[in-house]
Ligand binder design. Structure first.
Ligand code: CA
Ligand code: CA
Ligand code: CA
Length: 269
């Protein structure tokens, strides 16, 4: 009987929103991929993005496995970011497109190539496509700065893009990862024409037939999940919504128990 009262009290507390789930629960997701050098150029990857609400998220690429573009530059060192025992040389270039089922030049929204460089600089205006601007577009991009410390294990001081995105319009998007650089016309044609991976100048016997990348997505206000090549961003429910959901589950359990003739109610949560 005491147990029953306690559980009843918990249901009431949930219904009143007195039990909260942290809404600030951070969410992050890392994807890994490999691009290849073909006869006509290099390949690129297109990941589907289903964004179900407004919010913000961060894109943090770790790919180029040396700190400088020339082995004789001061502060040059290498690091095997993905720990696969080899060093590869993707000078990552990233894009967001509207997703209408395929990569279309007319659907390109913005580009971000590096930290700061080709990523809007300090004004944020450059490298938007199709007439979009930082103020009028579905997704607004703000680059992080070289003076900040990358959080994803990047090695090169500039080549790995790192930026925040504000979702102004939920919807279906494509996130493209390529080698420098993938013009929208090349993207629609399906190959980064004439492109080759760029090892640091002076590097002996570089691997140039493929290059690896990792991209970490994180958000303070959306949950990020993945199924196949589709990444879904869903707003984190407010605490009140969680409480109602949990209370609903609890009341369902109560009813089921009573109908089945059990002596004491079973309440979820
Ligand atoms: Ca590696
Ligand atoms: Ca780059
Ligand atoms: Ca190109």
């Amino acid at each position: 009987m005491i147990l029953k009262q306690i559980k009843t009290a918990s249901v009431i507390a949930l219904a009143l929103g007195l039990v909260t789930v942290p809404a600030q629960a951070a969410s992050s997701l890392a994807i890994n991929g490999t691009l290849n050098k073909l006869t006509g150029g290099t390949t690129f990857d297109a990941w589907k993005f289903k964004i179900l609400g407004t919010g913000t998220f961060t894109v943090d690429v770790a790919a180029y496995e040396a700190s400088q573009s020339n082995v004789s530059t001061p502060d040059y060192f290498t690091n095997d970011i993905n720990g696969d025992g080899e060093l590869t040389w993707l000078d990552a270039d990233t894009y967001f497109y509207q997703d209408t089922g395929s990569v279309k030049t007319a659907n390109a929204i913005f580009r971000c190539d590096d930290v700061e460089n080709n990523c809007g600089g300090t004004t944020g205006a450059s490298n938007y496509f199709n007439g979009y601007t930082p103020g009028t577009n579905p997704l607004t991009r703000t680059t992080h700065l070289l003076t900040e410390t990358s959080v994803d294990g990047s090695v090169h001081f500039r080549r790995d893009p790192w930026y925040d995105v504000v979702v102004n319009m939920p919807g279906d998007y494509l996130f493209l990862v390529a080698d420098f650089r993938l013009d929208p016309v090349e993207a629609e044609a399906g190959i980064n024409a004439g492109d080759s991976f760029s090892a640091p100048a002076g590097f002996t016997s570089p691997i140039l037939d493929h290059a690896d990348y990792r991209v970490t997505f994180s958000s303070p206000d959306m949950y990020i999940s993945i199924s196949g090549d589709t990444i879904t961003l869903a707003p984190v429910p407010e605490p009140e919504t969680w409480a109602m959901l949990l209370a609903g589950l609890g009341l369902v359990g109560w009813r089921f128990s009573n109908r089945s003739g059990g002596g004491s109610p079973t309440v979820a949560g």
